[in-house]
Ligand binder design. Structure first.
Ligand code: HXC
Length: 298
């Protein structure tokens, strides 16, 4: 699908995207590049990085891949520094690296819980921590230059509760807390905007294939108000909005891009039956004191 944004909205910006070699991260990398940004991607698998970089370069996007694990502070530091060395600056950090698997709380080991917290929550903080020096630019106190921006990919699982996702729910709740707290502190000190995106079920992603086999996919379609799964493109467009000047007054929010899924509830009563039932209940309650059933109906 064609982007509704002008192709130069990120012109001159340098972005670093963790988990940028596949899934949602790769689509964000592609769209950032198509809108003028240089793109550095970070990931653990050399082969995935290499093919992602080739694909980006074939579109004319200045792109580079750096191997690294967000759980290791030395990797985070090295990749941030390599990005700045390669492109001369850093303006946009996207934390898209994540880990997940379906498991009941009873069967999840503390190490399994910790592993996902380490990737999603601690990894996000570590990347932000290492990138700060480059994102702060002049800093509000020292010059009029605005700082860079950070975007954390989250989820909606923890807004209520999610089956077999206790580890990811906890990890993404922490990510949302990071988004708000960094927005407050770094927005005030350095004009750095920090936002998040909470995708719903997005087709053709590692998350979807791990968490939702086909039988669950079709159920999700039934419950989603917009009656379809999202596309990676939908998330990338939200990222472009937040990263560009269109989002210049947006700070500390996590934008939900899920077609309204998290609001959905089981649909017990068809709309056609509501009016009839509702009128009948009204009629009953008028013909007797409220709360006392009409004897003739019993
Ligand atoms: C139960 C599991 C498990 C499983 C791993 N563990 N897989 N427990 N069920 N299926 C446990 C292990 O037993 C171990 O605990 C601990 O987790 C660490 O496992 P390792 O395999 O050693 O970890 P590692 O090699 O570091 O791999 C991390 C990983 C892996 C998260 C397990 O899946 C990974 O690298 N994932 C990255 C890619 C990914 O998942 N992408 C999808 C993101 S989807 P013990 O106690 O045995 O030592 C996403 C969407 C969220 O984020 C929102 C959806 C709506």
């Amino acid at each position: 699908m064609e982007s509704p944004f002008k192709p130069n909205i990120l012109h001159g910006k340098v972005s670093l995207i963790t988990g940028g070699g596949s899934g949602i991260g790769f689509e964000i990398s592609t769209q950032f590049g198509k809108h003028g940004a240089s793109v550095a991607i970070m990931g653990r698998r050399r082969g995935v990085l290499d093919s992602a970089v080739s694909a980006l370069q074939s579109l004319g996007i200045p792109a580079v891949g750096f191997e690294g694990d967000v759980r290791k502070q030395e990797d985070a530091k090295r990749v941030v520094e390599s990005t700045v060395k390669h492109f001369g600056q850093l303006d946009i950090l996207v934390n898209a690296a994540a880990g997940n698997f379906l498991v009941s709380a009873e069967d999840l080991s503390p190490n399994g819980f910790r592993t996902v917290m380490d990737i999603d929550s601690v990894g996000t903080f570590t990347m932000c921590h290492e990138a700060l020096n480059y994102l702060k630019k002049g800093g509000k106190c020292r010059s009029s230059a605005t700082g860079g921006t950070i975007m954390n990919i989250s989820a909606t699982l923890h807004y209520t509760a999610s089956w077999y996702q206790i580890h990811v729910s906890a990890a993404k709740a922490a990510v949302d807390a990071l988004t708000r707290n960094l927005a407050l502190e770094w927005g005030t000190d350095y004009d750095i905007r920090v936002n998040g995106i909470a995708p719903g079920p997005i087709s053709d992603t590692p998350g979807m294939s791990k968490l939702a086999p086909e039988e669950i996919n079709s159920k999700a379609r039934d419950y989603t108000p917009l009656y379809r799964l999202g596309e990676k493109w939908d998330i990338a467009m939200a990222a472009l909005y937040l990263a560009s000047d269109a989002g210049k007054y947006v700070n500390g929010t996590t934008l939900i891009v899920d077609g309204g899924l998290w609001l959905s509830r089981p649909h017990h009563l068809p709309k056609e039956s509501v009016k009839q039932l509702s009128r009948a209940v009204e009629k009953r309650s008028r013909s007797g004191p409220v709360g006392v059933p009409n004897r003739s109906k019993l």
